[in-house]
Design a protein around this ligand. Sequence first.
Ligand SMILES: [Zn+2]
Length: 168
Amino acid sequence: MMDIDLLSLFDRSCLDSAELMAKAALQKNRNLPIGCVIALDGRIIGQGANAVIHPQYNPMRHAEMEAMQSVPCDLWEQAKDMTLYTTLEPCIMCLSTIILHGIGRIVFGAHDVKGGGTAILGHLPPCYANGGVPKIVGPVAPERFDKYYALADRMFAELPCAVNTQNS
Ligand SMILES: [Zn+2]
């Protein structure tokens, strides 16, 4: 864990934006309260909110996947210089996609005790590991973001995929 005060002002403003996405996911669309933004050269170039439950069940629509899909195609060559900010430690699907496409840095708010993807970092196949594992900073503010995780965890238990995990 690290102190959020050690992050730059821009880092903290990006985390604020990710938190707004998480709140909107829950309050506006009744999805899991998880939000994400992606930044490059001091500006936000992508953002996403969890959309797994509404408008219809879609297992792919994690906040990080939504944010990566919103990044303009011509910027991907600069992936190493991007930072992905997410309110919750990425799952293995999202973390794998982040690594495969070379995003250089991840900052996350809360640790995902049950499903956090960082558990796989020591076990990557060569094509992932050789590309360089992103710098991972987090959990940076559990006192602020753990409440979203607790709620997301309860909502996850109601999803079809929960029967296939120890989360049911
Ligand atoms: Zn995910």
